[in-house]
Design a protein around this ligand. Structure first.
Ligand code: SAM
Ligand code: SF4
Length: 326
């Protein structure tokens, strides 16, 4: 089955959040005090999340990424992943993590059937990393990356949120990881989420990332696969990993959008930056498979063409990426 929206985009990718809790406090994602944790009753149970995943796959979703908050902090996540991996028709099962617990969990996640890991890593400097994450431990992330490969995973994709004056001096170090460690690295433009009136000072366009890299390396374009989503991908000749830019703010993004999102509370969203959301809970308690399938189709059909965020123009309402899943 094929899920196509009204702008002729094929929607084959679901980002499913399993928690809004996190063991870090990245300053661009949530306030220092954390987000107000939702009660256990409000969070969807694993059975409910499984129902959503099954329904989405039956409609044409082929890739599911589990996200959060930090998915590895939710008890029972490994068994949940194994249940997802068993859904007939699901071709790609991935998980995004901050890597703090990965060293311990990599092997069981691999055994459960997770195919790919994305690891968020914003600095290779321990102090800068600690500052951005308000307390995270870089050595744990690096140990997690190694453990993932030892467990059998392909080298995890590394996501770096690139911010002027914070970590842009490390662009070439991250580019070098695609050669030295074989990781693919994706530079994500900082998006205004946590309320910060001066957020524009942090903007660092993806094109400028490429410019900096081209000062040292030549870059060749990489043909993206069907599930790559809205990144533009390149490679340093001879490198195993690729370099991607996700220009969520400066452009070249929405026309390739292939995803829908569901939060840990069961709010489905067709666009990260749209205020529109649909509560799936009425279709889960008690389970109504037919109603659920119908409402998921409606969410795809109501996906907006794009968002209006541009560096310099947008004033935003306060939200935490941890509550939506990034
Ligand atoms: N805790 C996990 C992690 O950090 O990988 C998964 C959830 S996190 C919300 C998912 C992704 O969203 C991470 O790669 C994170 O860097 C990204 N993200 C969070 N806030 C962001 C922001 N304001 N701008 C751009 N990316 C952001
Ligand atoms: Fe936690 Fe991920 Fe948000 Fe950082 S980006 S605070 S690790 S949810």
């Amino acid at each position: 089955m094929n899920l196509t929206d009204t702008f002729n985009r094929q929607i084959n990718y679901l980002r499913l959040s399993v928690t809004d809790r996190c063991n870090m406090r990245c300053f661009y994602c949530m306030p220092a005090e954390g987000v107000q944790n939702i009660g256990h009753d409000a969070v969807l149970s694993y059975e409910e999340l499984q129902l959503i995943a099954e329904s989405a796959v039956s409609l044409g979703i082929e890739k599911i990424r589990i996200t959060g908050g930090e998915p590895t902090v939710r008890a029972g996540i490994v068994q949940f992943m194994a249940g997802l991996a068993a859904i007939p028709g699901l071709r790609h099962l991935a998980l995004t993590t901050n890597g703090q617990l990965l060293e311990k969990m990599a092997s069981e996640l691999y055994q459960a059937g997770v195919q790919r890991l994305n690891v968020s890593l914003d600095s290779l400097n321990p102090q800068t990393f600690h500052k951005i994450t308000r307390g995270g431990d870089l050595t744990k992330v690096l140990a997690g990356l190694d453990a993932a490969v030892d467990a059998g995973f392909p080298p995890p994709k590394i996501n770096i949120v690139i911010m002027r004056g914070i970590n842009d001096a490390e662009i070439l170090d991250f580019a070098e990881l695609t050669r030295s460690r074989g990781n693919s690295v994706r530079f994500i433009e900082y998006m205004p989420a946590v309320k910060d009136d001066g957020w524009q000072r942090l903007c660092f366009p993806g094109e400028e990332v490429l410019q900096r890299i081209r000062e040292r390396y030549s870059l060749e374009s990489v043909n993206k696969g069907n599930f790559a989503g809205p990144s533009q991908d390149f490679r340093i000749p001879g490198a195993t990993g690729s370099i991607g830019i996700i220009t969520a703010v400066s452009g070249h993004f929405c026309s390739d959008c292939n995803r829908i999102r569901v939060t840990a509370r069961g709010q489905a969203k067709g666009c990260l930056f749209s205020d529109e959301k649909t509560d799936l809970a009425p279709f889960l308690r008690p389970p109504d498979r037919e109603g659920l399938a119908k409402v998921l189709q409606e969410i795809v059909q109501s996906k907006p063409e794009g968002h209006g965020i541009r560096c310099g123009e947008y004033s935003h309402s306060n939200f935490s990426m941890a509550q939506i899943g990034g």
